[in-house]
Ligand binder design. Structure first.
Ligand code: NAP
Length: 287
């Protein structure tokens, strides 16, 4: 009886040791990944790196929130910016402010991605012969509030599909051939933390973000060997119009980043992390 007991204890000790070793290994891998994603980029000059992709960056949804912060952050490295959104007045104001602050060239294209196929010929024309080094597929739409899928208005469903999915695919289709020809380029596709798990009451939104994550990983396998860097950016909470209504976020402000602090770190991961939360605090939330 005593022998059987000590045998059990030995087995438990081996299982316990394996469990502890597994956790230590996971922690060390996490630490390594954090150093690689967030510490090393701080030690390297990113200016030369970001400018080597090409003269211009195209940012969709660049008039507010994360897109605007990305446009400003990229401009701070001397990259010229092409902004794409719906509202000409906002586009003009943001473009002028970027040129005045960072001394880079800016252009803008007015496009409403919710309208589907008809907006792309104009975008294609506007980007013809432009040395686009970086594309940030950022424009996005979400539910106005969490709701059952059958209660979401049909227009809102199409909006999410057209803006989150179709626009990202079409922008890649427009910009990527030039990048491949020049053998350089980087594409950042803005996904979301909701991509990784089913998210009831935001089912369509989270599924569109899963598409973006999956799409980005597939593109990476297709185009990495052609000199193109593709990133799936798995963003968590950032303070923007999109998250304005979230009561949960108001009660947990430490989870929520300002757009500028998010973009500052996320832009540094371009060329480094193929799939990232973009900010150390978001990576910790993710883990
Ligand atoms: N904020 C977060 O916590 C969070 C978390 C995870 C993922 N994300 C993702 O991050 C991205 C940016 O979101 P955000 O929070 O920065 O949102 P935001 O502040 O609402 O900005 C959205 C941007 O997209 C543009 N836009 C909206 N509808 C458009 C349309 N139909 N056609 C063209 N442009 C359009 C808006 O400009 P106009 O109104 O001037 O057109 C604006 O510049 C989205 O893809 C979102 O899913 C955000």
């Amino acid at each position: 009886m005593l022998q059987l007991y000590s045998k059990h204890m030995e087995i438990l000790a081996v299982v316990g040791t394996c469990f502890i070793m597994w956790n230590i290994l996971s922690f060390l891998l996490f630490l390594y990944s954090m150093i690689q994603q967030y510490v090393i980029p701080c030690l390297l000059s990113r200016t030369k790196h970001l400018r080597q992709y090409g003269e211009w960056a195209v940012v969709t949804g660049a008039t507010s929130g994360i897109g605007k912060a990305y446009a400003e952050e990229l401009a701070s490295y001397g990259v010229n910016i092409i902004l794409i959104s719906r509202n000409p007045e906002k586009l003009k104001n943001v473009s002028e402010a970027i040129t005045a602050t960072y001394g880079v060239k800016t252009r803008f294209v007015v496009a409403d991605f919710s309208l589907g196929r008809k907006v792309y010929p104009d975008i294609k024309e506007a980007l013809k012969d432009v040395d686009v080094g970086i594309l940030v597929n950022n424009a996005g739409a979400s539910n106005d509030y969490p709701q059952f899928t059958t209660e979401v208005p049909e227009d809102k469903l199409w909006e999410m599909i057209n803006i989150n999915v179709a626009a990202a695919v079409m922008m890649v289709h427009i910009v990527l051939p030039g990048m491949v020809q020049r053998k350089r380029g980087a594409i950042v596709n803005v996904s979301s933390g909701t991509c990784c798990k089913p998210t009831p009451l935001l089912s369509v939104y989270s599924s569109t973000k899963s598409f973006i994550d999956h799409f980005s990983q597939g593109l990476h396998y297709e185009y990495a060997s052609k000199g193109i860097f593709i990133q799936s950016l798995i963003t968590y909470f950032v303070k923007t119009n999109l998250t304005e209504l979230g009561k949960f976020l108001k009660s947990k402000p430490y989870f929520v980043l300002e757009t500028k602090e998010y973009a500052h770190q996320a832009v540094r991961t371009i060329g480094i992390s193929q799939r990232t939360a973009g900010h150390l605090s978001h990576s910790i939330q993710e883990d």
